[in-house]
Write a new protein. Structure first.
Length: 206
């Protein structure tokens, strides 16, 4: 178990480097094998008896090859020479492991493609592949940000143009406004200041 990979999402969210622990497990299926004394043993009483028990890499003894059945008829498939077609023992192991995991509740486990010639990526190849995907994502984000900046600049230019036009219009209207203010001032005085007082000889009738 170690933490040599940086968690990019958490690092970006928290603003500091965050590393996550993960575990690498490499397992080899093995079986117990009994090694017996051979006929060449000097002690004839030991011949055929178990000499020692060792752990041997599993082969057909534990996961025996199985007959490949026809999907339609269910009958065993045979070669052109009439020999039965066998499913390789490690393919049987993969099937059994898949079935075991599913029965244990791991519904998201997927069985590898049967007969595939695909090879696993090395750790370096996998990391390079992931970084290439990340690079494409960043380039897409960059393009979107650049487009947004361009739109903001366009909006800013249009706003500045509108403000400039409004300023010019106000400058042209200023003299007219002053004339209107002067005219309004002349007719806003008290009536006594505009109309003359009646002459003493004028009658109410006149």
């Amino acid at each position: 178990m170690h933490a040599d990979e940086r968690n990019r999402a958490m690092s970006e969210a928290l603003g500091q480097d965050v590393y996550h622990y993960h575990l690498h497990v490499v397992y080899v299926p093995v079986v117990e094998k009994q090694i017996r004394w051979s006929k060449r043993c000097k002690d004839k009483s030991l011949i055929g008896k178990v000499k020692e028990t060792v752990m041997q890499v599993s082969m057909s003894k534990k996961w025996a090859s199985k007959l490949v059945l026809d999907e339609v008829t269910g009958e065993p498939l045979k070669t052109a020479k009439g020999k039965p077609v066998l499913k390789k023992s490690y393919s049987v192991l993969q099937d059994d492991f898949f079935q075991y995991m599913r029965e244990a509740g791991y519904a998201d486990v997927e069985r590898g493609e049967r007969g595939s010639s695909e090879e696993h990526l090395t750790v370096t190849q996998f990391k390079v592949e992931r970084e290439q995907v990340r690079l494409v994502e960043l380039q897409t984000e960059k393009s979107e940000v650049q487009a947004e900046i361009s739109q903001l600049r366009t909006d800013k230019a249009e706003a500045e143009k509108a403000a400039k036009e409004a300023k010019t219009e106000l400058r042209l209207l200023a003299p007219k406004l002053k004339s209107m203010e002067k005219l309004a001032a002349e007719y806003s005085s008290e009536p006594e200041d505009l109309l003359p007082l009646p002459d003493r000889m004028e009658s109410a009738k006149s």
